[in-house]
Design a protein around this ligand. Structure first.
Ligand SMILES: Nc1ncnc2c1ncn2[C@@H]1O[C@H](COP(=O)(O)OP(=O)(O)OP(=O)(O)O)[C@@H](O)[C@H]1O
Ligand code: SF4
Ligand SMILES: [Mg+2]
Length: 322
């Protein structure tokens, strides 16, 4: 994270647990990271590591039986966990925009996409009807929806996957967010469309100066867009670093494993090795280091929980052997 910028979002010791029939599931368990104004933080990790639950916690939209049981979420220095629900509602879709993997699930099927953008402008920015309509058309144009005047009256089911994702981004942008939470925004799309949506996010970030929490299991997506990265494993941050540092010197055995499991585009013949095993369900996280069962260099000391520590400026790792 660069010097001289203000911290926009500071997540401190966030713990979100699910109280299930099988016991307590500590899906997010003491997660901390900072996101500076205008920066992009990639939050990576395999399926089930707690990425979405982290984002939902920031929005205070954790589904039952989940509960935020500890930590702070400081947005512009105010702890979101202390705000009245009404203020949270103003922030969601306003200063904090959201884009998810499945736009179809988030777009309202009975409203045209234009009117959904206009609604945000009316509610969050108090624009009167006609102005809201005009600006909604502009928003559709900015996200690269062709012929936006005509598309304004279109329903989501008539749009392709990429266009739906653009519509959802237009809705998020309409609230003039200073923070965009983007949860797997390109995962459901084919490769060409993925690249277009990443280009769009990059351009919008430059134009608007908004910060992005970019959630993805794809390190390629992180390389494209993020300034810094937090690697999540089994509800804990195991490594945090500026993106160039993480790609040059991944240190945690889990991060190293994630890189090894990537196909090498330069050398398609090269064998890529998936990390053996899978993330255990949170009710069965091992004691000590949670990566212990899958770690190729696990040792006795790993029965103790490793703490995050700085191994070089800005590069933090939670591993006894690094
Ligand atoms: N509604 C729920 N009830 C019980 N447990 C839940 C619920 N939602 C999430 N969890 C638990 O939280 C863990 C983390 O889930 P989360 O959705 O954050 O994973 P993720 O990192 O976003 O994975 P993916 O890449 O598949 O989206 C899951 O393994 C699951 O056990
Ligand atoms: S603490 Fe031990 S088990 Fe965990 S990642 Fe490091 S070496 Fe592996
Ligand atoms: Mg998820």
């Amino acid at each position: 994270m660069s010097l001289g910028r203000a911290v926009l979002l500071r997540v401190q010791g966030l713990a979100t647990h699910f109280l299930t029939g099988e016991g307590v599931a500590p899906a997010v368990d003491g997660v901390s990271f900072d996101l500076d104004d205008g920066q992009v933080l990639g939050l990576v990790g395999e399926s089930g590591c707690g990425k979405s639950v982290t984002a939902l916690s920031i929005l205070r939209l954790v589904p039952s039986p989940g509960r935020i049981v500890g930590g702070k979420i400081l947005f512009r220095e105010r702890n979101l966990l202390d705000l009245p629900e009404e203020e949270m509602r103003r922030l969601r879709g306003g200063s904090i925009g959201m884009v998810f993997q499945e736009p179809a699930a988030c777009l309202n099927p009975v409203l045209t996409i234009g009117s959904q953008v206009a609604e945000v402008l009316e509610v969050h920015r108090r624009l009167p009807g006609r102005e809201a309509r005009r600006e909604a058309v502009e928003c559709l144009q900015r996200v690269g929806i062709p012929d936006p005047e005509m598309r304004y009256g279109e329903y989501a089911h008539r749009l392709s996957g990429g266009m739906k994702q653009r519509a959802m981004i237009a809705i998020a942008l309409a609230g003039k967010p200073s923070l965009l939470l983007a949860d797997e925004p390109t995962t459901a799309l084919d490769v060409t469309i993925q690249a277009q949506i990443l280009d769009l996010l990059r351009r919008l970030r430059e134009e608007t100066g908004m910060a992005i929490l970019l959630i993805t299991h794809n390190l390629g997506v992180v390389a494209e867009l993020a300034d810094s990265v937090a690697v999540l494993y089994a509800g804990k941050v195991v490594e945090r670093a500026p993106v160039a540092t993480l790609f040059a010197r991944p240190a945690h055995p889990y991060t190293v494993g994630l890189f090894r499991s990537l196909p090498d585009l330069q050398d398609p013949g090269k064998r890529f090795e998936p990390i053996p095993g899978s993330v255990p369900p949170p009710t069965r996280f091992p004691m000590g280091c949670r990566f212990r069962d899958r770690c190729p260099i696990a040792a006795e000391v790993c029965a103790e929980e490793p703490r995050l520590r700085e191994i070089e400026p800005g590069h933090l790792v939670a591993c006894h052997k690094v």
